[in-house]
Design a protein around this ligand. Structure first.
Ligand code: UT7
Length: 330
């Protein structure tokens, strides 16, 4: 038995925040942001819209495209760094409720931007072991709730949104998830961190005065480790599986910075036409970035059943992951 990505869906919030909007609130310029990141605009969720609201909308689309009835889904996992509630209930429980999936296991994982590919590894294992048959994966983020809009080094990077996929059991190897590599190194934890609101710095006025509830990033150091790690990781997963870059139909990298994507693309000599770029319009949507990008490629008609995709991702922790899979949808 293999695991197959059968369908994809996404939810894109309506409100657009452009680089020009940032020029009005921090010392920056459209030119700097485009040159250093490739980002022109990003989406921001409405004040009354939660991560689970967006996740549920993406999930409904993925379920509808899978042709499954929601009663056939036997596991729901959500990856997010901006859960509706810090401790409980999990965002996966809230999404299940909003979608109408009852009485099945549901939980969140914490792997920052690598969350979606981490979940693919878990879904593959659950299905290949025979424990589950149809799994709903959701990457959803309201990162605007964690961003310090006075910190120009981080606020221009992030956006909100959600992506979802259905992973189902199949006997057809031509639509299978072939391999997933996932790894982490906690020695870099301080370089990309939300220091506050956890057990180290519990919620307090003092903690909030220091703005510890927001994302802090040593951008340039993160950048260097991301490029080094991702270029090695994609080379490794291709080599392990005896697959040449030219055999990959679609390269779907994590959308954090155009320069990181280009470094990996150039290393493997992937043509631009085979690469998905959404960072320019969505910014970095963390765990939602990869499923949102796959969804865009699907809706643009760039993804057909059996196409070989290569995914790569890198995020806080540090965590990183890559995956090789054939699309199982129609
Ligand atoms: O998804 C999780 C993983 N995250 C990432 O992969 C993000 C990785 N990092 C990056 O994408 C980049 O490091 C940034 C886009 C965050 C920054 O680009 P950089 O080329 O690494 O710039 P830098 O941090 O080295 O800063 C260069 C200069 C600094 O000024 P000085 O010290 O040279 O005077 C910054 O203060 O650019 C300044 N700067 C800005 N200037 C205008 C930083 N942010 C801005 C800004 N507008 N928004």
């Amino acid at each position: 038995m293999y695991a197959s990505l059968k369908s994809i869906g996404s939810y894109i919030p309506e409100k657009i925040m452009t680089n020009r909007d940032f020029e009005k609130i921090v010392e920056t310029s459209d030119e700097w942001i485009v040159q250093r990141t490739g980002i022109s605009e990003r989406r921001i969720a409405a004040a009354d819209q939660s991560t689970s609201d967006m996740g549920a909308k993406a999930a409904q689309k993925a379920i509808q495209r899978s042709g499954l009835d929601k009663s056939e889904i036997d596991l729901v996992i959500c990856a997010t760094l901006s859960p509706d509630h810090l401790c409980m209930p999990s965002t996966a429980c809230l999404i299940s409720d909003k979608v109408g999936i009852r009485d099945v296991m549901a939980f969140d994982i914490s792997a920052a931007c690598s969350g979606f590919v981490y979940m693919l590894m878990m879904a593959k294992s659950f299905i290949e072991s025979g424990a589950k048959k149809n799994i709903l994966l959701v990457g959803a983020e309201k990162i605007s709730s964690l961003v310090d809009y006075t910190d120009r080094g981080t606020c221009i990077l992030f956006g909100d949104g959600a992506g979802a996929a259905i992973i189902s059991a199949t006997e057809d190897i031509d639509e299978a998830i072939i391999d997933v590599h996932a790894s982490a190194d906690g020695k870099y934890s301080d370089l990309l961190i939300t220091p506050g609101c956890g057990s180290t710095h519990p919620c307090s006025t003092e903690m909030m005065d220091k703005k510890l509830q927001y994302i802090k990033m040593a951008g340039n150091e993160v950048f260097k480790v991301a490029v080094r790690t991702l270029t090695k990781d994609v080379v490794d997963i291709l080599k392990t599986n005896n697959i040449e870059p030219k055999d990959v139909d679609l390269f779907v990298p994590h959308q954090a910075n155009l320069r990181i994507i280009e470094a990996v693309r150039n290393k493997l000599n992937f043509p631009k036409e085979k690469t998905v770029f959404t960072v320019g319009k969505y910014g970095n949507t963390s765990a939602a970035s990869i499923p949102m990008a796959i969804n865009d490629a699907y809706e643009e008609g760039r993804l057909k059943k059996g196409d070989l995709m290569l995914l790569d991702t890198f995020g806080g922790g540090f965590t990183w992951a890559s995956a090789l899979l054939r699309f199982g949808g129609n």
